[in-house]
Design a protein around this ligand. Structure first.
Ligand code: SAH
Length: 325
């Protein structure tokens, strides 16, 4: 729901200022139409329905995995595609994986989105409408910007959405922004008052290998990125989660685990090892190799966990969100 457009329309219709809040309150609570907003005059509900699309996105397709994960393929008004995912956990947590861009301009070697054509940055409203879509299904409480795109390249709109997510049920503390290591974005996030979590996609401690996997490493070298994350921690006192995708024979050796532990301060960083979801060029590390890598990190004193893979059977897992149409 484009709240700027709602506001404009309300002004044109000569409505009092408090109407905007009323409309948003209903929407944020998962209401599915203007019609149901029963504290608005009926004529106003009708006028809004005629003039302001209830969502900036249309749902094109929905897939449900056996583990309860739901993936939706959505389209913007100008026909850009994006995907968003709802993950349901046994402890009751409902976590959303949100997209910040349609496609992605970066070209990480292992990522499916990097191979699709870059569309554009999503607006704040298009980001929120992904969350609202799922909120209409059930209450939601966590979000990660780990869908399509690099959130730091669209940070104004991402932060704009984060400012309103709490009203949908997702507090800033339960929201994580994941980045390839886009330093200006990390710095801005550190300066922002919202207590958002930072996640860093790293995948190799060795600069040459990291550049191969993530060309952005040439622009923002690893040592500078780590320094920016340390500064973030100094400001926020919130640990930074490192995402490390496990690629067989590429970045999963004992020596590479030790090298990783060497560059990461265990007071600041925690590592989340991500089983690779095959999308092309690479093979994922075996569960045994992943466990050995994790154990080595722990031996070096660095906290490390293995990420639970969700929605694999519907290609909704990390890095699989390349729209197929
Ligand atoms: N651009 C941001 C956010 C989107 S990607 C970033 O890179 O952090 C979210 C995470 O999924 C990143 O850590 C990325 O490295 C990981 N990822 C990408 N492709 C993957 C794949 N095929 N299997 C597992 N993880 C993948």
């Amino acid at each position: 729901m484009n709240l700027d457009l709602v506001q404009e329309t309300l002004t044109e219709l000569g409505q009092p200022a408090y109407r905007l809040k009323q409309v948003w309150k209903w929407a944020a609570q998962g209401t599915a139409s203007y019609e149901e907003m029963t504290d608005l005059p009926l004529a106003l509900r009708t006028a809004l329905a005629e003039r302001v699309p209830f969502s900036t996105l249309t749902v094109e397709d929905e897939a449900r995995a056996s583990d309860g994960t739901v993936k939706v393929l959505m389209r913007t008004a100008d026909e850009r595609v994006l995907e968003a995912v709802l993950m349901r956990y046994r402890d009751g947590r409902r976590s959303l994986c949100l997209s910040s861009q349609s496609g992605c301009p970066l070209t990480c070697a292992f990522c499916a989105t990097g191979r699709m054509k870059f569309g554009r940055n999503l607006t704040q409203w298009e980001i929120l409408d992904q969350a609202l879509h799922f909120r209409r299904m059930e209450p939601v409480d966590h979000a990660v910007f780990m869908g399509m795109g690099e959130p730091m390249m669209n940070l104004d709109n991402v932060l704009g959405a984060c400012r309103l997510l709490p009203e949908i049920g997702i507090t800033n503390r339960r929201t994580a922004i994941s980045t390839v290591g886009w330093i200006p974005g990390i710095e801005r996030m550190a300066a922002d008052p919202m207590p958002l979590r930072l996640a860093l996609s790293l995948h190799a401690a060795d600069p040459a290998l990291r550049s191969e996997l993530m060309p952005v490493n040439d622009r923002y070298p690893l040592t500078d990125v780590i320094a920016a994350c340390q500064a973030f921690y100094e400001h926020k006192r919130r640990m930074v989660f490192v995402e490390y995708v496990m690629l067989a024979g590429i970045n999963d050796s004992h020596a590479q685990a030790r090298a990783l532990a060497e560059i990461l301060d265990p007071r600041i960083f925690k590592v989340n090892l991500i089983p690779y979801n095959p999308t092309g060029a690479f093979d994922g590390s075996s569960p045994k190799a992943i466990e050995a890598f994790r154990a080595e990190l722990e031996r070096q004193g660095l906290g490390a966990t293995v990420r639970l893979t969700r929605g694999r059977d519907i290609a909704a897992a990390c890095g699989q969100l390349a729209a197929t149409r």
